[in-house]
Design a protein around this ligand. Structure first.
Ligand SMILES: CC(C)(COP(=O)(O)OP(=O)(O)OC[C@H]1O[C@@H](n2cnc3c(N)ncnc32)[C@H](O)[C@@H]1OP(=O)(O)O)[C@@H](O)C(=O)NCCC(=O)NCCS
Length: 187
């Protein structure tokens, strides 16, 4: 039987499964140049039908437990703010955290609040051993999100990705299960 997709809450947010009814909002928010500029996989201009295709993909991967992609929504009025995911590597019991927030909602702590909840989900419910995240080094806001969520900077891979004909350095932050447990005991 298919497992039901989790719903996670924080003080201000509800993280839930993406639905096809989110497609128009995804197209508008993920279609912004500012969001495409600092992500690897979001196309720009955002093609017709790409939101629906992506949402279906997240639903299939979620049902298989390979990738948990959540819509980040505001608790008070269900407003769709962005998306956040854990991409699972079963062999090493680790996951990569990825996220984007729509431009009108930047700078209000939403990415950090969602990231913290994802770490709790990853360690406490998925019993992962390690969660890491990458960011283009010209995107300091993303590194800040990772560090505020409790991840530690581990270094950068030089010229790791080719984005718009430019090789970009990618920084990485991570947190291990031991560090997560220690943070619960000492905070
Ligand atoms: C990166 C992103 C997710 C941040 O979302 P957000 O909800 O605005 O993040 P938060 O409000 O939780 O935190 C942002 C932090 O970055 C800081 N910040 C913003 N711009 C910054 C800059 N140019 N230099 C340094 N820090 C910066 C903010 O001040 C804040 O830190 P603070 O709370 O200490 O003041 C959002 O900008 C985004 O979606 N960008 C496009 C997609 C993307 O880059 N995704 C991540 C791919 S790795």
């Amino acid at each position: 039987m298919e497992k039901s997709f989790p719903v996670l809450e924080t003080e201000r947010l509800k993280l839930r499964r993406l639905e096809l009814t989110d497609a128009e909002t995804v197209r508008l928010l993920a279609g912004a140049e500012e969001v495409a500029a600092t992500t690897l996989l979001i196309p720009h201009p955002y093609p017709e039908g790409a939101a629906e295709e992506w949402i279906r993909h997240t639903q299939v991967e979620g049902a298989e437990g390979k990738d948990y992609t959540f819509a980040v929504t505001r608790l008070t009025d269900s407003l769709f703010l962005g998306a956040i995911s854990l991409h699972i590597n079963l062999a090493h019991n680790r996951a990569e955290l990825g996220y984007w927030i729509g431009v009108p909602y930047w700078g209000q702590g939403y990415a950090t609040e969602a990231a913290k909840r994802m770490l709790k989900f990853g360690f406490e419910e998925l019993t992962l051993n390690r969660i890491f995240a990458g960011y283009f080094v010209n995107n300091p806001a993303s590194r800040r999100v990772q560090e505020k969520a409790g991840m530690k900077y581990e270094g950068a891979r030089r010229q790791d990705v080719l984005k718009r004909n430019v090789y970009l350095d990618v920084g990485f932050c991570a947190i291990t299960r031991d560090e997560y447990i220690a943070s619960l005991l000492f905070n």
